[in-house]
Structures are given as C-alpha cells and as structure tokens.
Design a protein around this ligand. Structure first.
Ligand code: LFR
Length: 494
C-alpha cells in the first residue's frame, strides 16, 4: 500500500479532535475536521463524562471526514482509567465517572490493607493514583451498576464498541487500570477477585494494531461511509499514542508528554519493578509494540487551565492565556515553588476557597513560601513548580532505569508553551526538543497506517517519518544548574 487516508479521534479532558491523516512512507499530513469542547459534568455532586455527547461528536467528525474522500481506517484514543459498565444486554449502566470525582477518596488505602503495596507493585507496576480503575471499581462495590455489570469497557473501547459492536480492551490502556499484570501482559484476574471485583467483567485483550471490527450498518449509513471501513485498535491510551510520535532517534528516549497532565519518563524494553521504583512511585504502563512507558504523572497544565477557568468566571481582566503567560514570563523567577503533585490540586474548583489560586496559596503558606498574588505570579508559580517536578522525576527515572538522558523530547499541546519549554530545559539541564504538539493524533494514525499495509515496520520508522515531516524547536539550558538543585532541596524540606 502506498498511502492511506485514516481518521483519528483523540479525546482529551478539555477538548476532542477528529483529524483526517494521509499517511505513506514519506507522507504524514494532518487535517483537523472537527474540534469540540469536553469536560466533566457535575450531576448530584458527582463528576461524570457525557459519553453519548462524545459519541455524537465522533459521528459528526466521521461525517465530515467522509465528505472529503474515502476513509481507510478509524482509530480512537483518550485519557486512561475511566470506563463504562455494560449489562448483559450490552447497554451502558449509568454515565461513566470522571477520574477527578471524589468517590475514590480513601479507597486506595483500604485496598492496601488487603493487598500489600509491594505485592501490588510487583504485579501491576503502576503509580498509586487515587483514580486507578481498580480503585474506581472498588469504590463502586455494592452499587446497582457494578452488581449488574457484565463488562467493563475503557472509554476508547466503549466508543469503539458503539461504532462496531465489538467488545474488547486495548492493552496500552488496560495497563493503566491497576488490574493488569505488567509482566505476563494479561488481566490480573486473581487480584481482581481478591479485592472483591468480578473478574468476568474484564473483556478480552487486544493489542494496538489489531483490527477491532467494521462499522455497524446504522453507523455507516448515518456518517456516509461504507460498512467495511475498519476500526483499528491504536495505542488507545492517549499517552501511549503520544509516545509513538516522540521523534527520537535512539532507543530509550526521554519524553515529557505535556497537556492536561505532564507525563515525564522513558521508553524502556522491560518494566522496572524494583523497591526503589515503587518508593519513587513510578508507573510502568504498556506502550505500543511491547514497550514500557516508565513515567511519572505530574499534575500538569490542568492547574493553570483550572486557574484560568476561575479567573474567567470571576471576570478578572487580562487573564486570557496569552496575557497570563506574558505576565508569567515577566514575573520574578522561582519566587514561589510548591509540590505541584499535592492531592489538593486534583479536583476541579473555582471561587475564593476552592479556586486554584486559593489552593496554591494554601500550599505556599504551609511551605513558608511567599503567596502568589497576581495572575502572573500564580502562573509563574505553576510553571516553575512543574519544571522543578520535571527535573526531579527525569533524574529519578534515569537513575532507576540506568539510562543516560542527553535530550528531553516535549510533545503534546504544552510543547507550544515557550516559557515552559525553556524552564524545562533550564531545570533539567539538557536540551529540550519541542514538538510535535499533536503527538497523540500522529501516534494514532501511524499505528493505523501500519495495520493497513503502509511500510512503517516499527517505532523507529514511524519516528523517522515524524522527524522528516515535523519541524522541532530546540531549547538549550540556560542559567546556573545549581539554582534548580537548590530549589529541589528547598522543596524537599517542605
Ligand atoms: C493524559 C492521561 C494520563 C492519565 C490521565 C488520566 O491525558 O491519559 O496518561 O494518567 O490522563 O487518565
């Protein structure tokens, strides 16, 4: 096959995108055909995703893609861990919860009373995040939804099911659930049963690159595509797809996938399941082609975007993103540094006590740091604190895996943020190669193209194509490395 025309659906926590891509051995062209806002919806005190609205937007995107020419394949990726439950008749039982919902508070601690943390890590290799699917499902114990559930589908698999009628779980995303055996690459069914979950709800696994199925007749008719268009399983965890498109030249690249979350780490061949890795709370998520994404979840640009949302609601002048970033660039460097991974920053919130600026002020006060007052100071505090976290975790990852890092690839929307890229280079003490911004979509279409017969045999070939077609921007480290060393120390005393 020379080249193919495929559709990528890439769903993020704040927006979704449908993109048409022409992919060939020397071609990688993207055209975004549909973009729509997304966000968790609060219903009776709980945070949910409106997955039926997402389905409708996917259909709209497919319609627009179909209007522009033939479609050879469709792939879906989204954020991880969240899921829907289907009953025996394959109907969705309630609206899927958002991972930022508070119902999982305290659940991990309860599970860790039953299963030893070291044993859990040896089996699953994942970071302790309160919203890991295992904890979400344990939180649902005794609810009608879980009692009636016959299948659990992660969100990209649920949306793919609505296109094809096929049930399954793509492995990169399954690896984030905390119910997946990182070494055998199968569901950890014994673990599920031990924590009181019905392991029968875990659907058959599929690998990125497998064909999911073809379009259901009514779906095909409604979007104007033939029924035989295949839906291809891509790295359905958005971070897995983003890592596919890291334009690295060498094995074991260091990357920062920068968006709502900042995922900082390395691509490895084998998981690192040592006690040191567990204590450092690193995750070993599954990558495309059997690779391991050895990384740390950092709270990310979520903190800034949630602050921006609050300022907009309060009508604070001069707080659009460009204005706030300009003010941050002009603000005093490293004035306030906080632990950006503090659990208090996870839930959404606005207003004088629950807003991000108020929560950052509370962290600053507790740490004896000056409280950020202006929007520019708040944004600078977030960016400086992110950069400090990247430094720390990049060094940890390199040490734990025994890998030397001489360049850091920054991909995802955050790679467009010049100030953050420069601070990242300064903090980490290595050059930053920024781009591509649309990494998840690129990884999605590259894997589809290979399945459909395009000559892109492995990750190296896919990355070489990204390098040939997407210019990167380079940020050299500036300033004194000792400054950042001292800040890491200042932070670790807190
Ligand atoms: C990024 C991401 C992270 C995952 C978080 C929650 O979009 O997928 O990798 O930990 O969202 O699902």
């Amino acid at each position: 096959t020379g080249s193919v025309r495929v559709v990528a659906v890439d769903l993020g926590a704040t927006s979704g995108r449908v993109t048409v891509a022409v992919v060939g051995p020397e071609t990688l062209e993207l055209t975004e055909v549909h973009r729509f806002p997304n966000g968790a919806v609060e219903v009776e005190g709980s945070l949910h995703w409106d997955v039926r609205a997402l389905h409708r937007e996917i259909l709209e995107g497919l319609r627009r893609a179909a209007a522009g020419g033939p479609v050879d394949g469709i792939g879906i990726d989204s954020w991880a861990v969240d899921h829907g439950l289907l009953d025996a008749g394959e109907r969705l039982l309630g609206d899927p919860f958002s991972y930022r919902d508070s119902r999982t508070d305290g659940v991990a601690a309860r599970v860790l009373d039953t299963v030893d943390a070291a044993e859990l890590y040896a089996l699953t290799g994942v970071q302790q995040l309160p919203f890991n699917t295992i904890y979400q499902l344990v939180a649902a114990a005794g609810t009608p939804a879980l009692e009636q559930a016959s299948t659990m589908l992660l969100l990209p698999d649920l949306l793919g099911f609505w296109l094809t009628g096929e049930i399954g779980a793509e492995a990169t995303n399954a690896s984030t659930t905390g119910l997946y055996d990182v070494r055998s690459r199968t569901w950890a069914t014994g673990l599920a049963e031990r924590v009181g979950l019905p392991s029968a709800i875990l659907p058959p696994l599929r690998e990125a690159g497998d064909r999911v199925g073809t379009l259901l007749p009514d779906v095909a008719a409604s979007v104007g595509l033939p029924q035989d268009v295949p839906v291809v399983a891509v790295g359905s965890h958005d971070t897995a797809s983003a890592v596919v498109a890291v334009p690295a030249e060498h094995a074991h690249p260091a990357y920062l996938s920068s968006g709502t979350w900042s995922l900082v780490g390395l691509e490895l061949d084998e998981p690192v399941l040592t006690e040191a890795a567990r204590r450092a709370d690193f995750t070993n998520e599954g990558g495309v082609d059997g690779t391991v994404r050895f990384l740390k979840n950092v709270m990310g640009l979520w903190v800034l975007s949630e602050a921006l949302r609050g300022w907009a609601l309060d009508g604070v002048p001069g707080t659009d993103l460009p204005a706030v970033l300009a003010a941050a660039a002009a603000a005093e460097p490293l004035r306030t540094v906080v632990d950006i991974n503090d659990a208090s920053l996870l839930p959404p919130g606005t207003g004088p006590t629950h807003g991000m600026p108020a929560r950052l002020a509370a962290l600053a006060r507790a740490a004896g740091e000056p409280v950020p007052e202006t929007p520019g100071q708040v944004a600078r505090c977030v960016l400086d604190s992110l950069a400090v976290a990247y430094r720390r975790h990049l060094h940890e990852a390199a040490g734990l895996a025994g890998v030397t890092v001489d360049v850091l690839h920054v991909v995802g929307g955050g790679s467009r943020n010049d100030l953050l890229c420069q601070l990242t280079a300064d903090a980490c003490g290595v050059p930053v190669l920024a781009g591509p911004a649309e990494a998840s979509t690129l990884g999605n279409v590259l894997v589809q193209a290979r399945t459909l017969g395009v000559d892109l045999p492995d990750l190296a070939a896919m990355r070489a194509l990204v390098r040939r077609t997407h210019p990167l921007r380079r940020f050299e480290p500036t300033g004194e490395a000792s400054v950042w060393r001292d800040v890491v120390q200042r932070l670790s005393k807190i």
